[in-house]
Design a binder for this molecule. Sequence first.
Ligand code: FE2
Length: 196
Amino acid sequence: MECALQLATQTHHPALSRFPTGRSTQLEALVSSVRASLSLRIEETDEVTPIVASQLRSFLSARELLNQTQRQPNAHRYQRHALYRDEAGEFTIFALIWLPGQETPIHGHMAWSAMGLYAGELNLTHYEIFGTRAGQMHLKQISEADIREGDVNSVTGDINDIHRIRNTSCKPAISIHVCGMDVAAESQSLNILFPQ
Ligand SMILES: [Fe+2]
């Protein structure tokens, strides 16, 4: 009931929509935890990412973290739901919903990012730039791992941290992502795409 009330409030006051898809006590606690982790940062570096990832891990078993809206899939592509946009633009939290077979393009990030698996299984593949030929960049796969519920990973804002996430399982999956920049709801500004 409290979440429904918040959703209605956010709808009528978009300027206050730091929780654009609803809020829960557990989500508010995650926001506080991320903010506390960032306060430990000495400089604007990627060193904070594993700290945020470690904090994120403790919320992956919080069953009340997401409401039904934030768990909705999209039949055509993996679905991103914005959970929180920091007032100062320091970080954004998303839930990503993956139906079987859905995947990202091969990409890098413009900012640090911590990821935790909330439900299901996903596959995380990393690549490196192998070389260029005739002006075309060529990539080589360097690692592949299945990630399971409760697992966390961190990605630096280094352009060379190139990866792809896929749901190669036969069940839906949900991942939670904290990234170190402000990302609007439909924006792909976090991602730098590479040739497939
Ligand atoms: Fe990514």
